[in-house]
Ligand binder design. Structure first.
Ligand SMILES: Cc1cc2nc3c(=O)[nH]c(=O)nc-3n(C[C@H](O)[C@H](O)[C@H](O)COP(=O)(O)O)c2cc1C
Length: 191
């Protein structure tokens, strides 16, 4: 890889920032496919492929909002204002991607490794979308705990809704990420 290619890759990583206000355009089918290809190369012990994605866009967002309200009700939420608010959540972006972890039992691959694999897949997804000019925000919220929602998505109660990724174009420019002092987080181990 050339020096300039290395620089570009690192700029893309460093410039990624979560953006809450997302508008059209959303990625095309081809652009999404590129991002899913990147996501599905994430490290994955024994190649169990525990990660699944579900795309929700356009008019489907209203129906998904209704599903989110049912999920919140499943978690014993009764406040009508909260139930109405969650119906609007899918409209925070033109496109949503649910990242799911379908856990498998394997003698050498504990569940936490499979969840980490989904995390790596999501980061690849975010970086690919960012490289293609889009912005994202990885969210969760109480609804991810709903067994009703898991069942609705074809998951078992033990499986995970690991993220609701909001995808679109940044509505406004935000300040660049502050420099990170790696010394605070990195130690060189010595015996
Ligand atoms: C698994 C996961 C779930 C998250 N859920 C939420 C959320 O529900 N709401 C939220 O504001 N941020 C959430 N975040 C944090 C944002 O995605 C983001 O990382 C954080 O705001 C820091 O911004 P940055 O990505 O620009 O560094 C979540 C992050 C992760 C990894």
């Amino acid at each position: 890889m050339t020096e300039s290619a290395i620089q570009i890759i690192h700029q893309n990583i460093h410039q990624r920032q979560s953006i809450g206000q997302l508008v059209e355009p959303a990625p095309s089918t081809e652009q999404l496919e590129l991002a899913f290809q990147a996501a599905l190369t994430a490290p994955d012990h024994h190649r169990l492929k525990p990660t699944r994605f579900v795309v929700i866009s356009g008019e489907q967002r209203a129906a998904f909002g209704e599903v989110l309200a049912k999920a919140l009700a499943d978690l014993s939420e009764t406040d009508p204002a909260q139930l109405e608010r969650v119906k609007q959540h899918p409209f925070r972006a033109p496109l949503l991607i649910l990242a799911l972890t379908q856990l498998q039992d394997h003698p050498k691959v504990p569940h936490f490794e499979q969840i980490l694999s989904t995390g790596a897949a999501v980061q690849n997804l975010l970086l690919s979308l960012q490289a293609q000019g889009f912005s994202t925000m990885w969210r969760s919220g109480a609804v991810v705990e709903s067994n009703w929602l898991k069942q609705h998505l074809g998951l078992q109660p033990r499986d995970l809704i690991s993220g609701i990724i909001y995808v679109g174009t940044a509505a406004k420019v935000i300040a660049p990420r502050a420099d990170i002092e790696s010394k605070e987080f990195v130690k060189v181990w010595q015996a």
